[in-house]
Design a protein around this ligand. Structure first.
Ligand SMILES: NC(=O)c1ccc[n+]([C@@H]2O[C@H](COP(=O)([O-])OP(=O)(O)OC[C@H]3O[C@@H](n4cnc5c(N)ncnc54)[C@H](OP(=O)(O)O)[C@@H]3O)[C@@H](O)[C@H]2O)c1
Length: 253
């Protein structure tokens, strides 16, 4: 049976590529983001499989209303990919709590608002799948990314915390940790991005991961293993390694 999938942050990058891929696999896809014109373009490409539901995920009432509207119009959501998110550097010079707050409000709390809207429905049905998009940058704090790493580490922890209880309800929760993917978000980066992946390939990895039940869906594999190794290093070795790799901290600024 064709699945009903909801993806947030569907107007560009990973979300848009995933929506197109899922539609090509025969799924019915509801896409949300703030820019309705991009969602309408995507829906027009989707040959009836993609439906636009404009939403700012930081608005709790609007999130609840959109989830309700999707279920009324398309049917119960089988899979929700909570992907809306952003990145902004938060270096030591010019560090602002307001930047951390903005990143957290979208990446963590925006995701939690989607979870809040979906949980009562999925637990009542005793079925459904939640996929929270975090990042390999959530494994450990990365230089110049205090706000981003913190928000993504929190998303991973939130998914881990929910999983044991959700298992008992028959609801699957997964975390998606991409490495670098070429999107408008990474186009801003002015540093070399190892193993940079195209969004279409990332969308395929996400799709494949959502067919299985592994808690973590992460890619590309070689980069994942390097990041997992860094994650497990003792602190002094970790800090030495990230300075060598990124060049940050060798000089002030
Ligand atoms: N690209 C990477 O290398 C990479 C790596 C690891 C993790 N990720 C994560 O993957 C996710 C997608 O990133 P991306 O690279 O595809 O970036 P992107 O191209 O900038 O896409 C971000 C999406 O989020 C939407 N969005 C932003 N604020 C929103 C809001 N308040 N409400 C609803 N939607 C909102 C944007 O649409 P509107 O502006 O239309 O709202 C857009 O569709 C993010 O969570 C990101 O942290 C990306």
């Amino acid at each position: 049976m064709a699945k009903i999938i909801w993806i947030t942050g569907g107007s560009s990058g990973l979300g848009s590529a995933f929506a197109r891929h899922a539609a090509a696999q025969g799924a019915t896809v509801a896409v949300s983001a703030r820019r309705p014109e991009l969602l309408a373009e995507l829906a027009a490409m989707g040959q009836g499989h993609i439906h636009a539901f404009p939403l700012d995920v930081t608005d709790e009432a609007a999130t609840e209303a959109v989830v309700s509207e999707i279920e009324d119009r398309l049917g119960p959501i089988d899979i929700a990919v909570l992907n809306a998110g952003t990145h902004q550097e938060t270096p030591v010079t010019g560090f602002k709590a307001a930047d951390v707050e903005r990143l957290t409000a979208l990446n963590l709390i925006g995701t939690a608002k989607g979870v809040e809207a979906l949980l009562p429905r999925m637990t009542a049905r005793r079925s459904g799948r939640l996929a929270l998009v975090a990042s390999l940058a959530g494994y450990r704090g990365l230089p110049r990314a205090a706000g981003y790493s913190a928000s993504k580490a929190a998303v991973i922890a939130m998914a881990e915390s929910l999983k044991p209880e959700l298992d008992a309800f028959g609801v699957t929760i997964q975390v998606i940790n991409p490495g670098f993917v070429r999107t408008p978000l990474t186009d801003k980066n002015d540093f070399p991005m190892p193993y940079l992946m195209e969004p279409e390939e990332a969308a395929q990895r996400m799709w494949r991961g959502l067919q299985g039940n592994r808690f973590e869906i992460s890619f590309p594999r070689r980069f994942v293993w390097q990041m997992k190794l860094l994650q497990r290093l003792p602190d002094p070795l970790y800090f030495w390694s990230v300075k060598q790799i990124t060049g940050v901290g060798k000089t002030n600024g």
